[in-house]
Design a binder for this molecule. Sequence first.
Ligand SMILES: [Zn+2]
Length: 185
Amino acid sequence: MEGNVIFLLVSVVLLVLGIIFVVAEIESEEVDFFGPGALISLIIGVIFWFVSNPIQVLQSLELFVFLTIVILSLVIVLSGFSLILTVKMIKTRSKPPLEDAFIGGIGKSMDLIKKTKEGYIMYKGELWKARSDKTIAADKKVRIVKKDGLILQVEPEDPEKLFCNNCGAELNEETSVCTECGTNI
Ligand SMILES: [Zn+2]
């Protein structure tokens, strides 16, 4: 069987393309077809390398062995790398970011939360540290508006209702003094 120079060139082009895809994958954060692209290019590149009968083309067994070792090592390392990136990409795509899963969720305040005092809320059976611009009394329903690391920013579930700035008690619209703590509104 004679060597096929064209197949050998196709192999080299695909391997180079694979390397470019891997570099592009590392550089870019938004475009995510580079990982799978690199995998496909590298694998087809190796197939073309062997199909081209490179010993005949190169006319040297030593050169063939040397290049085959170089190509296989390169492809194994880069494929492994792009495989990891591809799996990572699929995982992040199928799961919504953790932060988004909290926003809009309704929890329950465990103690008084004020602008000047962080408190705790219970959300889906877990205790979370929370802060709020409005005063919220203990045992009230709260809506999560933001997640800042491990601290949740919350607001009263019903933003139309009025609450005492001091103790967080629900106020009725006509009163000027909090019925719970006597603070002037
Ligand atoms: Zn009060």
